[in-house]
Design a protein around this ligand. Structure first.
Ligand SMILES: *Cc1c(COP(=O)(O)O)cnc(C)c1O
Length: 424
């Protein structure tokens, strides 16, 4: 037998069993390694597959809602365990069928001051369903200043076209007046749509029209507020609203101003799981709930359980139980103390941001530690991976987005890097 005969796929796969991957995946990487003429690459390929599996990371970027890192981390879920049966669509009193809107959606409506609410898979599908259910084949009036694109290919004009309504653009990019809307609603208009600009700002010579004035025009106003701030007064924060929140539209105030419906994401400023919430007038929510698209966009029990925990925390006014708010509201002095306690690198003042396309340009003062050199890749290769920022030759770990329970892991990883680099 020639000594350089390539190993069999099976033998190669068995040789890298210790990577912990299931056999079919090992066979897959072994086959790819042999096909590439480099059987010895099988182990590295298997490790790359293992690293690409969905898993926890430590976010030391200071971007609180990091879209690439899963936006908002979830509250702990004590009761509604995913490993058990649940009363997802079951009334425990009557023993008959109930609706999956009876739990999280009802609580969220209460927290947002809405008559009713409906939960779907994300913010994009919430707007899609509202337009399909309330405006299919009819006109929807929207300002040219609000035809936005949100990250990941959500473009308002395209969503409107997909849901089968006719877009009636009014005003200009920077200025839209009430008279522009008034001229447009003279026809057969199903809705007036107001879209929060979320991830950008138009500054300078600008003008737009608030929800209260739009509501007086007649057709229901639907406000896609985006980030899901439930109440501008933030009664769940002991210190009241932080300054960087200024100007962010909130569900409760938008509905109070006369919007028929608001739509928003569950995993931006609301701090819950990926979900889309439609909240407002009971008759309009019911039309959305009855539309066939609702069945296609409905969330699963896991999401509803996480959303219920989030909603209960809001109703208890317990911002500490919502990781996004716990991190967002943490005083800088406390972050500095944690940074000093790490005992590694230099304590630095940093600038965190809300992220997730929310409150752009608003800085959240923060603190962390810096060590010399670019160690981002080495930190990402750790277990668990740490995602840090590199700025002017320094690697910076911002502690605002690090769970205090992970401080020890961060300290150890940075200390090991410094030791490897030959001291501080
Ligand atoms: C983020 C956002 C969306 C999309 O929400 P997803 O939950 O990401 O689908 C839609 N509209 C506005 C205004 C947003 O800010």
């Amino acid at each position: 037998m020639p000594p350089d005969r390539p190993p069999s796929v099976d033998a190669l796969a068995r040789g890298i069993r210790d990577t912990g991957l299931p056999h079919p995946l090992l066979v897959d990487v072994a086959r790819a390694a042999i096909a590439a003429g480099d059987p010895s690459s099988a182990r590295a390929r298997a490790e790359a597959v293992a690293v690409a599996l969905l898993g926890p990371v430590i976010n030391a970027t200071g971007v609180i809602l990091h879209t690439n890192l899963g936006r908002a981390p979830l509250p702990s879920m004590p009761a509604a365990g995913a490993r058990r049966y649940s009363n997802l669509e079951f009334d425990l009193v009557s023993g008959s069928r109930a609706s999956r809107s009876d739990h999280a959606a009802r609580l969220l409506a209460l927290a947002a001051g809405a008559e009713a609410a409906l939960v779907v898979n994300n913010g994009a599908s919430a707007l899609m369903l509202v337009l399909a259910a309330l405006a299919r084949g009819r006109s929807v009036v929207v300002s040219r200043g609000e035809l936005v694109e949100i990250g990941g290919g959500f473009r308002v004009p395209e969503v409107m076209a997909q849901s089968g309504c006719e877009l009636v653009e009014v005003g200009t990019t920077n200025r839209t007046r009430l008279a522009d809307y008034r001229a447009a609603v003279a026809g057969d208009v199903a809705l007036v749509l107001k879209v929060h600009q979320s991830n950008y700002r138009i500054i300078g010579f600008t003008e737009d029209v608030g929800v209260a004035a739009l509501a007086a025009l007649g057709p229901p106003v639907v406000a896609d507020i985006g980030s899901g701030l439930l109440d501008a007064a933030t009664p769940w924060l002991a210190g009241g609203p932080p300054p960087w929140l200024a100007g962010e539209p909130a569900a409760r105030q938008t509905l109070a101003a006369g919007a028929g419906l608001v739509t928003f994401s569950g995993d931006k400023l609301m701090g819950g799981p990926q979900a889309g919430i439609i909240a407002g007038r009971a008759d309009l929510v019911a039309l959305c709930a009855r539309h066939p698209l609702n069945r296609a966009l409905r969330p699963g029990g896991l999401v509803l359980a996480a959303l219920q925990e989030t909603a209960l925390a809001y109703l208890r006014r317990d911002g500490d139980a919502i990781p996004f708010w716990r991190m967002a509201a943490a005083p800088v002095a406390g972050l500095r103390r944690r940074a000093e306690a790490l005992g590694v690198g230099t304590v630095v003042g940093t600038v965190a941001v809300a992220g997730g396309g929310s409150v752009p340009g608003q800085d959240v003062p923060s603190a962390g530690v810096a060590i010399a050199g670019d160690h981002a890749a080495a930190l990402r290769a750790g277990d668990p991976p740490i995602v840090a920022r590199v700025h002017e030759g320094m690697t910076i770990c911002d502690l605002r987005t690090v769970d205090p329970a992970d401080d020890g892991v961060v300290a150890a990883a940075l200390a090991a890097l410094q030791a490897g680099a030959g001291g501080p």
